[in-house]
Design a protein around this ligand. Structure first.
Ligand code: TMP
Length: 209
């Protein structure tokens, strides 16, 4: 028996955390056991790497080092958390996964799709999310929310960087259109959740729960 693997993606301040909790609650209420995790993070090692990635100040981290660190953290989370939970029949809800590496490192840091895909093939060739919710909103719409929160290495990046990341996400959504569902996150929260529930209902129905 295997659970489903759900990922939530999007640029900063589009409401990922709120909607990750919302999805988890929605499924729990329907008797589905879930496990919530996040990336980078999810294990002790991965959370330490998260701190380095977000708050390293004294030494520059190159885009390639960033990518290595993210995939070390991801490997730990996959092996210790994601795969075991799926094998126990739990549905795993992950706040960011490899699509974030495509968008941020591939497009934002301009390492390119293929470089990120090489890492993906080494670390998890046979594991992909069953469904990905891409919470999408123009950078201008979330600019003010971002400014209030800007206190880590990513949040303090320029609008140009976030425009590359957003466009990268949309290209990923096109490339993997079966899996990635684009949700208009510029709408009020109730509308966003109505869009999400439409897909969740389908998933629950097809899973026989
Ligand atoms: P967040 O999960 O709190 O949004 O913060 C994580 C930060 O890490 C966010 O700015 C995006 C960045 N990140 C990447 O650049 N690449 C990745 O693969 C992941 C998972 C996150």
């Amino acid at each position: 028996m295997s659970g489903l693997f759900i990922t939530i993606e999007g640029i900063e301040c589009v409401g990922k955390s709120t909607n990750t909790k919302f999805i988890s609650n929605y499924l729990n209420k329907r008797g589905i056991r879930t496990h919530q995790t996040r990336e980078p993070g999810g294990t002790l090692l991965a959370e330490k790497i998260r701190n380095i990635l977000l708050f390293q100040e004294k030494e520059t981290i190159t885009p390639l080092s960033e990518l290595f660190l993210l995939f070390i953290a991801r490997d730990a989370n996959i092996q210790q958390v994601i795969k075991p939970a799926l094998q126990q029949g739990k549905w795993v809800i992950c706040d960011r996964f490899t699509d974030a590496s495509f968008a941020y490192q591939g497009y934002g840091r301009e390492l390119g799709f293929e470089t990120v895909n090489t890492f993906k093939q080494i670390v998890h060739a046979n594991l992909d999310p069953d469904i990905t919710f891409l919470l999408d909103a123009p950078v201008t719409v979330i600019k003010n929310r971002r400014k209030l929160n800007a206190n880590d290495r990513f949040e303090s990046e320029s609008d140009d960087f976030f425009n590359r990341v957003r466009n990268g996400y949309l290209e990923i959504a096109d490339r993997f259109s079966e899996r990635v569902k684009v949700i208009d996150a510029s709408k009020p929260i109730q509308d966003v959740q109505t869009q999400i529930v439409k897909y969740l209902k389908e998933l629950v129905k097809n899973s026989g729960n």
